[in-house]
Write a protein that binds this ligand. Structure first.
Ligand SMILES: Cc1cc2nc3c(=O)[nH]c(=O)nc-3n(C[C@H](O)[C@H](O)[C@H](O)COP(=O)(O)OP(=O)(O)OC[C@H]3O[C@@H](n4cnc5c(N)ncnc54)[C@H](O)[C@@H]3O)c2cc1C
Length: 498
């Protein structure tokens, strides 16, 4: 590749789609991931994709549900784009070969999920939607000559010239740094779950995109709004925590405490299908008081409906037809992120963001289940069209110099205990329920860890700095709203049932 092309960082739904769209617009791109193509949250998505294409549904109804979940902080314009452009993106996906589950008459089958007022969730192979998506999109991008694909390539830092981001320093699989000039950099690096002790997110979800953007002065926002999933399988020492999708509760599984009592009804009349944050807090309380369990014994066709989850449970020695399944809350999704406009442009020239790393304003204070894959598709599409339109208008240096400190010296390996302590601090102090005291403790603990970590352990330092940013944001929001619950600030009156 001679002339600088757009550099897409991350190969989940947002990165793969951006590369594909750029190719359809006649533009080359370099798509890289620090892992393999199957190391992304996208590949693990179980539940599905929400889209207003089912009988009796409409974009307006989808928007209404999304805004209700966002608890007053979603940007109505961003939501409008999501729900109105979503159907066309799904049609394009189908044309590319995406195999969503269909009813016997051949029509797409739409499932119902908590807080959606219509059946609008598309699945693939029951609970393997993400795996199908990644299979489909990687097959497409691998065959497009306009896309250069690099696995095991980690962005170490972004490079700016003047006020524009002009490329990145990338480490190859042996830790050697390379300067890659880019006509645009698109961050599609996913989430931050690995900063917490219990998370459903893959090992690569270490908040790199937030750190990279922050380091070059791009604005971040709403970092305190994190979604905790109520039903991760509780297995000591297993990271990431395996997820038991909401759809299992949708199919009739109940949440019970150690005495067998159905406890979620105390928190919300909708019980197990109440809003995710409400159910998560109820599970956290029951777990702390002796245990929380999912009782799926009454489900007769678990293995057929949820083949992936069934296999995972069997691997852990559990049989859902016989056993109560121990569950715990787990950090699942980040609503905030790198602040973008409606075309995915960040506050820095040359830098775009899409997918979970970005904050488009769609989710506000809380995400409606299954809206994130759709957001990844819709907004990466807009980013790619915008980037394609930038053609030839900017001057990018031909080479980017690396410095000695860019090389990966392997020092981070010696700081695993620091990262583990950080994860414990975050779960304890910035978890499902927060207080001024818990947040202040977390900040002090993180500062102590920062002081004990040399700059050469840069991955650890980067994670600590993102953890600090989250904690600071949570401390600054002195109210309970959406995914952010402060025990010292009483919640506003309960939401009206949908
Ligand atoms: C278990 C699980 C189940 C889920 N189920 C659903 C669901 O049913 N429906 C739904 O809508 N959402 C679901 N979600 C959320 C959804 O999967 C994610 O929000 C979405 O897939 C994020 O896509 P993305 O492209 O932004 O990032 P990801 O898919 O996470 O991809 C991030 C990419 O960035 C790369 N990367 C990160 N840092 C660097 C770096 N420094 N250098 C190079 N590469 C880097 C990673 O290697 C990876 O390729 C689920 C999430 C999880 C964890």
């Amino acid at each position: 590749m001679s002339k600088p092309v757009p550099l897409i960082v991350g190969a989940g739904v947002a990165g793969l789609w951006a590369a594909w769209r750029l190719a359809t617009e006649g533009r080359e791109s370099l798509l890289l991931t620090k892992g393999t193509l199957s190391d992304s949250a996208t590949a693990w998505a179980q539940g599905g994709i929400a889209v207003a294409l089912g009988p009796g549904d409409s974009p307006a109804q989808h928007a209404k549900d999304t805004l209700a979940a966002g608890d007053g902080l979603s940007d109505p314009e961003a939501v409008d784009i999501l729900v109105n452009e979503g159907p066309e993106r799904i049609r394009e996906l189908l044309a590319l070969g995406a195999a969503f589950d269909r009813a016997e008459d051949g029509r797409l089958r739409f499932g119902l999920e908590a807080a959606h007022t219509r059946a609008r969730i598309l699945h693939a192979d029951g609970d393997r939607t993400g795996a199908m998506l990644v299979r489909c999109l990687t097959a497409v991008v691998r065959h497009l000559p306009q896309i250069t694909l690099l696995e095991h390539s980690e962005v170490r830092r972004l490079v700016s010239e003047g006020d524009r981001v002009v490329g990145a320093i990338v480490l190859d699989s042996s830790g050697r740094p390379h300067g890659i000039p880019a006509s645009a950099v698109v961050l599609a690096t996913g989430g931050v779950g690995q900063l917490f002790e219990v998370t459903t997110n893959p090992l690569g979800a270490t908040g790199d995109g937030w750190a990279l953007a922050h380091e070059v002065g791009a604005e971040l926002r709403d970092l305190e709004f994190l979604q905790f999933h109520p039903t991760a399988l509780k297995l000591t020492g297993v990271n990431p925590a395996p997820l038991i999708s909401e759809a299992v509760r949708g199919a009739g599984a109940l949440l019970v405490d150690s005495s067998g009592r159905r406890f979620t009804l105390d928190a919300d009349a909708r019980g197990e299908l109440g809003p995710r944050d409400v159910v998560a807090r109820a599970v956290a309380e029951a777990d702390a008081a002796g245990g929380a369990f999912l009782d799926a014994r009454a489900l007769t066709d678990f293995a057929t409906q949820f083949p992936g989850i069934h296999a995972m449970l069997r691997g852990a020695g559990l049989d859902p037809a016989r056993d109560l399944l121990p569950v715990a809350t787990a950090l699942h999704y980040a609503m905030g992120g790198v602040s973008t406009d409606l075309d995915g442009h960040t506050s820095r020239a040359g830098l775009w963001a899409a997918g979970e790393v970005a904050c488009t304003g769609v989710h506000g204070a809380n995400r409606l289940a299954s809206n994130s894959l759709l957001e990844g598709l819709v907004f990466s599409d807009r980013v790619a069209r915008e980037v394609a339109g930038e053609r030839d208008s900017v001057r990018i240096p031909e080479r980017l110099a690396t410095v000695d400190a860019d090389a990966d010296t392997g020092v981070d390996a010696a700081y695993a205990a620091v990262r583990q302590e950080m994860r414990e601090i975050m779960t304890r102090g910035v978890g499902v329920v927060r207080t001024e005291a818990s947040l202040a403790d977390a900040q002090a603990g993180l500062t102590r860890l920062e002081l004990a970590t040399p700059a050469t352990a840069w991955r650890t330092r980067r994670q600590l700095s993102v953890a600090q940013l989250i904690t600071r944001s949570a401390r600054g929001r002195r109210e309970s709203r959406g995914g952010h619950r402060r025990a010292d600030f009483p919640p506003r009156p309960a939401r009206q049932p949908l």
